[in-house]
Ligand binder design. Structure first.
Ligand code: SAM
Length: 371
């Protein structure tokens, strides 16, 4: 069945032939040397997190990411030969682990529309140095896929959901996917034992700020961790304007007015979300305030795009091509040296420099580099 159709998702975990091939391939990848000096970039930031995009395609057309009027039927997404195979992704992931990566997030595009995704989870799950393996999804395929992903070794998951109201959600996701479909996906994830289930909500002025309190109340009642994300100027297609950003302070004030909050210290240095707990002990929320409280100084994230480019910033203009040397027969040591050189040269701090004048600078679309 063609890639990009939900019906291609397998209903149950299968023996993973690709995983077996991968085992043979990485037998000789050396384990990271704990005594080796891990690379730091020009600002002293370590390489700790890797976001792996498995596809640039998505079955949603969210207005803030992949608006339908720009990314219509005739848009040329990457062809199959241009995207990394799972064995290639896992080999590169092992190399990143050797350079300090401990946390891996599978993303896209929409990762669950790529065929046999549990195979990749199984391969990554077998890499020793990865302490945290997770996935970000729009949740639309989780009803079918949550169990196979959990069986393959996924431990936790983040689901994006921007509203509980169908009309608001439909306007945002661009394809009228009903809220119930995502809620079913979240229920399936919980039933499969994925924990915690985190929920990402992008708040865009005039579209869903009325959903902030209902979403907070729902997540609190359900015992889910909700993260409010400030609308960002990723890519060039969403027509971003500063006026459309609902600042994290405003979101926090809305929630605090009905369910009083207090800050929680970060769980680890570089944690993206600023966390708050309900004073009555009934749970927590977070805000990801890339626009109003930039966290570039703590950013330890690299992104590997579906076509094998390494990006060191979500707002990058270009990436380092790893696929060409990989397919041309580069050794692990050569690939590691290329990643290390790229990381050591990193100067990125776009969010600290953002003004309305930076918005039109050339940037790679978020779905293309991995969100
Ligand atoms: N398709 C998956 C999903 O929906 O979660 C993974 C990829 S998506 C690009 C990753 C996350 O980025 C989602 O939570 C999405 O809401 C968020 N996102 C996309 N565009 C954004 C923007 N312009 N500002 C803030 N967050 C954005």
């Amino acid at each position: 069945m063609p890639e990009g159709t939900l019906s291609a998702v397998p209903a149950r975990p299968r023996a993973a032939p690709a995983a077996a091939r991968y085992d043979a391939l990485v037998r000789d990848v050396p384990a990271p040397d704990p005594a080796a000096e891990l690379p730091r970039d020009t600002r002293g930031r370590r390489l700790h997190d890797l976001r792996i995009s498995v596809t640039d395609r998505c079955n949603f057309r969210c207005v803030y990411c992949m608006p339908a009027e720009v990314f219509g039927r005739d848009f040329a997404f990457l062809s199959r030969d241009l995207i990394l195979r799972y064995e290639e992704i896992a080999r590169l992931a092992a190399i990143f682990v050797g350079l300090g990566v401990e946390k891996v997030r599978i993303t896209g595009g929409e990762p669950t529309i790529r065929k046999d995704l549990p195979d990749l989870v199984a391969m990554l799950g077998r890499l020793d140095g990865i302490r945290d393996l997770t996935l970000t999804t729009n949740g639309s395929a989780l009803r079918v896929l949550a169990r196979p992903l959990a069986d393959a070794g996924l431990r936790r998951i983040t689901v994006s959901l921007d509203a509980l109201d169908d009309a608001a959600f439909g306007r945002l996701n661009g394809v009228d996917v009903p809220v119930a479909r995502v809620l079913e996906g979240i229920a399936a994830a919980r039933a499969a034992g994925l924990a915690p289930v985190k929920v990402n909500m992008v708040v865009r002025r005039g579209m869903n700020e009325a959903e902030v309190v209902p979403m907070a109340r729902w997540a609190r009642d359900e015992g889910l961790v909700l993260r409010f994300i400030e609308y960002m100027d990723v890519g060039l297609s969403n027509g971003w304007r500063l006026d459309d950003v609902v600042p994290a302070e405003e979101v926090l004030a809305l929630v605090d007015a009905v369910h009083p909050l207090e800050p929680v210290p970060p769980a680890y240095p570089g944690e993206v979300a600023d966390r708050y707990r309900y004073r009555d002990g009934s749970g927590e929320i977070g805000v990801i305030a890339s626009v109003t409280r930039p966290f570039c100084g703590d950013c330890t994230r690299a992104r590997l795009s579906a076509d094998g480019r390494l990006y060191t910033c979500l707002f990058a203009v270009a990436g380092t091509d790893l696929k060409t040397p990989l397919r041309d027969g580069a050794s692990d040591a050569e690939l590691a040296a290329l990643v290390e050189r790229t990381w050591r040269a990193r100067t990125d701090r776009y969010s600290e420099l953002r003004t309305s004048a930076t918005t039109d600078l050339p940037k790679v679309e978020m779905f293309a580099m991995g969100g």
